[in-house]
Design a protein around this ligand. Structure first.
Ligand code: CTP
Length: 399
């Protein structure tokens, strides 16, 4: 099955010796039935000519932000809306820097900034430029802006040096785009629910019981799901975090509200329960502020377990149910017990006896326990990387 057929790709060619490879990309994409429009930057035009690009792409090359003819035919906003995907190949250190910093002083950077589409960048530069801290920082920024990186590769460079910075081969780039469209096709139909953050169980209108959860891991999981094309609902207790507006965020406070919102958000293909739901709530919450007294007795009652409820009701149960567990001791025993008692498919567990990871940290180290007793250990890394790996496993499972 050809996942590229009838797709529209806007190819941005920047200046660099690797620009000649962009001609081969055009040839391969055309062979697969892709409609291509191209933007050639000023320095790109020093390496490849508009004539060779047009001959291969059978369409006009756009070069100038202020060209009256180009704007009349297709203005720069329409150009970014026309495409299903934007590919920047080769992407120079200069263009990467512009995109990371929101500059828009030429057609390429303006179109990228105005785009609402997935943008792939395939860097190509000298190894020292690639390894420079400023480039590294720019690339990290672009990743958080949802740009997808292809390469660069390690090898001999045109400048005679050796190292990382070589542009990925056209065939490999085209394969990556095929995989992207293939996954998109499958995942567009999939719906995910994530619970995150702590809950608050009110004692009176101004006091509550809660816990240390920051919600960071759950938010990162929601971001990774969105990035992979899931229709994502994030049901979150109070946090200081912000989320992409394409995620359906439902803000809740109490466990009861989280439960009701979860029920309303079902059905889903996958549900990930990462929230640190308070196990207990106050039995008789006071409607007015309680005054200071010598002694106060709070009567607590158990909250309903959302994960347990959803997982054990066949009519509600998503195809894949993932729970979380934070333990200070005897991790494996407790997790296996939770796996079977709560009837979930996987449990993402972390050892919270180590204070540098887990709660409120940007980093985590988790083990994923599966029903069949298999355990995948994800070593110490950022919560965003953990989420990407988890979502990759979810996709493989659902596929
Ligand atoms: N969970 C839930 N609803 C609750 C309580 C927990 O959905 N009312 C979910 C959490 O989101 C998480 C998992 O259940 O996925 C955590 O299990 P839980 O048994 O609550 O863990 P602990 O609170 O650590 O339990 P224990 O104190 O028994 O270890």
């Amino acid at each position: 099955m050809n996942n590229l057929n009838n797709k529209k790709i806007l190819l941005i060619i920047c200046g660099g010796i690797a620009a000649y490879k962009s001609l081969e990309i055009i040839r391969l994409l055309k062979k697969d039935g892709v409609s291509i429009k191209t933007i050639l930057t000023k320095s790109g035009a020093e390496f490849v000519t508009p004539l060779s690009i047009t001959s291969l792409s059978q369409s006009k090359v756009y070069q100038d932000l202020f060209s009256i003819e180009d704007e009349a035919e297709m203005d720069h906003i329409s150009l970014s809306r026309w495409a299903d995907l934007i590919l920047i190949a080769p992407a120079t250190a200069n263009t990467i820097s512009k995109l990371a910093n929101g500059n828009s002083d030429d057609l390429a950077s303006t179109v990228a900034l105005a785009s609402n589409k997935k943008i792939f960048i395939t860097p190509a530069m000298n190894v020292r430029m690639w390894e420079h801290q400023s480039t590294k920082q720019n690339i990290s920024k672009l990743k958080t802006y949802n740009y997808e990186l292809i390469g660069p590769e390690i090898g001999d460079m045109a400048c005679g040096e050796y190292g990382e910075g070589k542009m990925t081969e056209p065939k490999e780039i085209v394969n990556k785009l095929k995989i992207y469209f293939k996954n998109l096709k499958v995942k567009n139909k999939l719906k995910a629910i994530v619970t995150a953050g702590p809950t608050r169980e009110y004692i009176d209108p101004v006091r509550y019981i809660s816990n240390k959860s920051s919600g960071k891991q759950g938010f990162e999981i929601a971001k990774s799901l969105l990035k992979k094309g899931f229709e994502t609902t994030l049901i979150s207790g109070p946090t200081n975090l912000e989320i992409n507006k394409n995620i359906n965020l439902i803000k809740v406070e109490t466990a009861e509200e989280m439960f009701q919102s979860t029920l309303k958000s079902l059905p889903a293909d996958v549900a990930i329960f990462s929230a640190a739901v308070c196990d207990y709530k106050v039995k008789n919450t006071s409607k007015i502020k309680i005054k200071k007294q010598d002694e106060i007795n709070l009567e607590l009652e158990k909250n309903l377990d959302i994960l347990d409820y959803v997982s054990n009701h066949n009519s509600l149960r998503p195809k894949l149910v993932v729970g979380f567990a934070a333990e200070t001791n005897d991790l494996e025993n407790y997790v296996n017990k939770k796996l079977s008692e709560k009837n979930c498919d996987w449990i993402v567990a972390n050892d919270v006896s180590n204070k540098t990871i887990g709660f409120d940290s940007d980093f985590n180290e988790v083990s994923i326990f599966f029903k069949n007793k298999k355990i995948d250990r994800l070593k110490y890394k950022s919560k965003s990387e953990i989420s990407e790996e988890l979502v990759e496993k979810i996709i493989n499972h659902l596929n």
